[in-house]
Design a binder for this molecule. Structure first.
Ligand SMILES: Cc1cc2nc3c(=O)[nH]c(=O)nc-3n(C[C@H](O)[C@H](O)[C@H](O)COP(=O)(O)OP(=O)(O)OC[C@H]3O[C@@H](n4cnc5c(N)ncnc54)[C@H](O)[C@@H]3O)c2cc1C
Ligand SMILES: Cc1cc2nc3c(=O)[nH]c(=O)nc-3n(C[C@H](O)[C@H](O)[C@H](O)COP(=O)(O)O)c2cc1C
Length: 783
């Protein structure tokens, strides 16, 4: 077999090694345009988990790599004169040049041919090769040559960065967030060998310009950075090696394989440097390719297997890198945070590290985070314990005169079980049991303001006395038997009205018994859905009056809060999104015009809803569709409602148009809540695939939301909050007296369960390489 590999970076060299080990008879050549020891950059970083992988696949190179590496365990965050350190991270660094020399040496030993100063511009010369590996890096010539086939998507990020080095010793992966007269600068730094550390500097484009970095030579810009970070560099120089300022391109390719050619490493996909995974991805691609070549019967089948098997893992890493890079791009959102909360945000930005997992590794740090959170709550006038605070989830929140006992919320969930809009016994038990289960706030399902405002025939409503009495029974039960507050969500289905019950076909039009539907513009949801009537003045007045009348009834029922549903493509949302609003009058056009009717409704409600009771608005913070609402629009929308008197923005997303492309994942909507909260400076509730109290605490402690709503989780776990309270020892959680024996038991057992789990986790966790190295070099204690 003949294999040609274009590019002698980590992906090219490691694939050559693994393929040659597997097929000693194969003729494998690596073509590299640079000289053998000619390499840009300084150090690379790997996690312990990545090293375990290398050990499994090629112990010989693994041993050499680990002999050369610098290990460390801590992450240190420097911000506004403070430093917070967290251990147990297990990282190691090595010079990129050393890594490549080790891989070259190993490849040669195995019999791979390495040709340097071989710049390949045409793969035709490899016509007789069975496999051509395209490992030619981030600016891949071959990916671009077959752009129509590989279909790369290149997202050039806004921040500027430069990769430099220093002789400054470091004992932790170090982040320095530095205020300057021009704006914020960030340094990501780590040591990779004795006397050498990597320094990546990052800043936003405006700060870059203001700092006069444009047009400076590499040396001049290094001197400018040394001036900014001099207090930390402690007299050490900054080193340069092709250290020009650039923008990071986030690359994703739709296809990775063309005939017998395959893209590997940065050529196919990149991951932002802030999670240090570029070299890991490149070398793990090589592992995946070698695995596929080992097991598949033909090269074609192997390449297909590589692409299918590897994609999910790569996309997961890219997603984590995306989340991380967005955090760094928007660091100004957190600039006025308490430093410990800021550090907690840095640690937890990419979702892998959480509140519970930090509690295990750095209990003192989390205790400080809890105290800072409790102090903020106390500053808002709550008499909470700051010395020994409860976890953030169990801290109270006040909105106007409504005080919530904790931050867990039952998200509005349509039950499709009302008869002519009247909630029945099912609803009483449903809401009642979740209130008894300890949630701080319950928001009702979308309750429709008139018969023809319903989504389905099973939706609840609040336009007649019978409905009002039924809702009052539920509200009274919640107030009499729990500490929960209950909010009423009012809505109008708009063009998604007159559709089937969820289990009969979500959003599908009713075949019989339907009613006429309204929207901002006459655009049907499905091509075969009813064409909605474009709302005129009279229709708008009627709908607004229906909202007000329903809210008057809601107030008589005793609801504690009113939420206006302006999300998910329903009537008011259809005005806000440009995808569903194509009006040419003053209710369309700009965002200001599109917000006009929803704001008129909101203002009419705010005027009648008692001043001591809060109001929230639910929005879709993105349509997940080209030309639709974006996170930046959501900030404007939130500001407009805040000016009109909203107390809380319930940040959901999507469901506006059928061809949306949502990116799902754990806590997938939380970044939008974070953006709205910290840019529009309004309290937010986040929601969306949040399923654990650990996630709730992580989100709250990092300042990404003020309340956390859980929908589906609450459907199967009404006592979610009570159980979480037992786990975190939040004894003040409400429990009805009838259930007290159960509360006592779960609180008692939780202490033991928690201890057992922590012991198990600590026992099961292998020592990090840094710990092993520290043990090995520890002097023996004197007898
Ligand atoms: C600022 C910065 C910091 C980073 N920090 C880290 C980190 O800490 N940890 C980490 O793991 N990763 C890090 N990375 C990422 C890492 O450098 C890359 O992801 C990794 O090197 C990708 O490996 P590769 O083999 O795919 O590509 P490369 O390492 O780019 O190798 C491609 C090779 O192909 C050669 N080549 C290109 N075209 C041709 C051609 N036509 N003919 C012949 N040869 C060709 C190039 O000369 C090059 O040697 C960082 C990246 C940046 C930009
Ligand atoms: C069956 C079902 C019914 C829902 N009904 C409503 C509703 O009436 N009003 C609303 O604003 N959101 C509604 N949603 C959205 C949820 O409130 C929530 O935002 C969504 O389920 C994501 O959160 P989760 O992952 O915690 O379930 C509904 C979701 C589901 C699955």
């Amino acid at each position: 077999m003949k294999i040609a590999i274009i590019g002698g970076g980590p992906a090219g060299l490691y694939s050559a090694i693994l393929l040659k080990k597997q097929r000693p008879e194969a003729e494998i050549t690596v073509y590299e345009r640079n000289r053998a020891d000619d390499t840009f950059g300084f150090g690379v970083v790997f996690s312990d988990a990545t090293l375990d992988n290398f050990e499994k696949y090629d112990p010989a190179s693994y041993r050499r790599i680990t002999q050369e590496f610098a290990y460390w365990d801590d992450i240190a965050v420097h911000f506004r004169g403070t430093v917070h350190r967290v251990g147990g991270n297990g990282f190691c660094g090595c010079s990129r040049r050393r890594l490549l020399l080790i891989l070259q040496e190993r490849a040669r030993e195995l019999g791979v041919t390495l040709l340097f100063e071989a710049d390949i511009d045409d793969e035709a010369r490899f016509a007789d090769a069975d496999l051509v590996v395209l490992a030619d890096g981030i600016n891949s010539r071959f990916r671009d040559k077959y752009i129509g086939h590989f279909q790369p998507e290149v997202d050039v990020r806004s921040n500027m960065f430069a990769w430099m080095g220093s002789s400054r010793p470091l004992d932790a992966f170090t982040f320095i967030f530095q205020e300057t007269e021009w704006g914020p600068f960030i340094a990501h730094a780590y040591q990779y060998e004795v006397g050498r550390s990597t320094w990546i500097f990052e800043t936003d484009p405006a700060t870059f310009r203001r700092a006069g970095l444009e047009g400076l030579s590499e040396r001049q810009s290094a001197d400018r950075m040394a001036g900014i970070f001099g207090w930390f560099l402690d007299g050490h120089q900054l080193l340069i090696n092709r250290s020009m300022w650039r923008n990071f391109p986030m690359i994703r390719s739709k296809r990775w394989v063309k005939d017998n050619m395959v893209l590997l490493g940065d050529a196919k996909a990149t991951a932002h440097f802030s999670i240090g995974s570029g070299t890991k991805l490149a070398m793990e691609d090589a592992i995946a390719l070698a695995d596929a070549m080992q097991h598949a019967p033909t090269v074609d089948a192997a390449l297909q297997q590589y692409e299918e098997g590897r994609r999910e893992e790569v996309e997961k890493t890219q997603h984590a890198a995306d989340v991380s890079l967005v955090w760094f791009e928007h660091v100004d959102r957190f600039w006025d945070f308490d430093p410990v909360q800021f550090a907690f945000g840095v640690m937890t930005r990419a979702k892998a590290i959480t509140y519970d997992n930090l509690t295990l590794r750095a209990p003192d740090f989390v205790a400080e985070v809890d105290k800072a959170f409790a102090k903020q709550v106390r500053a808002q006038g709550h008499d909470v314990d700051v010395g020994k605070p409860v976890a953030p989830m169990f801290q109270p929140l006040r909105l106007r005169e409504m005080t919530l006992a904790n931050r867990a919320v039952v998200s509005p969930m349509c039950m499709y079980s009302a008869k002519e809009g009247v909630p029945g016994d099912f609803h009483l038990v449903h809401y009642g049991s979740r209130a008894i289960g300890g949630a701080g706030l319950i928001v009702t399902e979308m309750t429709c303001v008139s018969r023809d405002a319903r989504i389905t025939p099973g939706c609840t409503g609040l336009w007649n006395d019978e409905q009002e009495a039924a809702w009052r029974r539920i509200v009274d039960f919640v107030h009499a038997n729990s500490a929960a507050k209950i909010g009423l969500q009012l809505g109008h289905a708009g063009r998604k009205g007159a559709t089937k019950l969820m289990w009969d076909g979500m959003d599908r039009p009713l075949e019989e018994g339907g009613w006429d539907v309204l929207s901002a513009s006459p655009i049907p949801y499905f091509p075969d859905s009813q064409v909605p009537r474009e709302m005129d003045r009279a229709a708008r007045d009627t709908v607004k009056a229906a909202f007000v009348a329903a809210a008057v009834r809601g107030e008589r029922c005793g609801f504690d809060m009113l939420e206006l549903h302006c999300a998910h493509g329903y009537l008011l949302a259809s005005f806000i999104s440009p995808l569903t609003n194509q009006r040419s009058d003053e209710y369309g056009g700009s965002l200001e015009g599109r917000l006009r009717f929803p704001l008129e409704v909101f203002e009419a409600l705010r005027a009648m809803w008692p001043a001591h009771k809060p109001m929230s608005v639910r929005i879709s913070a993105t349509d997940w569709a080209e030309g639709g609402i974006t996170g930046d629009d959501a900030v404007h929308i939130a500001r407009a409602f805040a000016e009109a008197g909203v107390d809380l923005v319930d940040v959901s997303t999507g469901q506006t148009v059928r061809d949306a492309q949502p990116v799902y994942g754990r806590m997938f909507q939380t970044p939008f809540s974070e953006q709205v909260r910290n840019e529009a400076r309004v309290a937010t509730m986040c929601v969306g695939n949040i399923t654990t109290s650990d996630q709730v605490n992580t989100i709250l402690a990092a300042g990404r939301a003020d309340l956390v709503a859980l929908g589906r989780k609450h459907l199967v776990d009404p006592a979610f909050t009570l159980k979480a309270a037992a786990w975190y020892g939040a004894a003040a959680v409400f429990c009805p007296q009838q259930y007290l024996p159960g509360k006592e038991q779960i609180f008692r057992n939780s202490v033991r369960d928690r201890q057992d789990l922590e012991d198990l986790k600590i026992k099961a966790k292998p020592k990090t390489r840094a710990e092993l190295k520290a043990e090995a070099t520890k002097p023996l204690a004197a007898e």
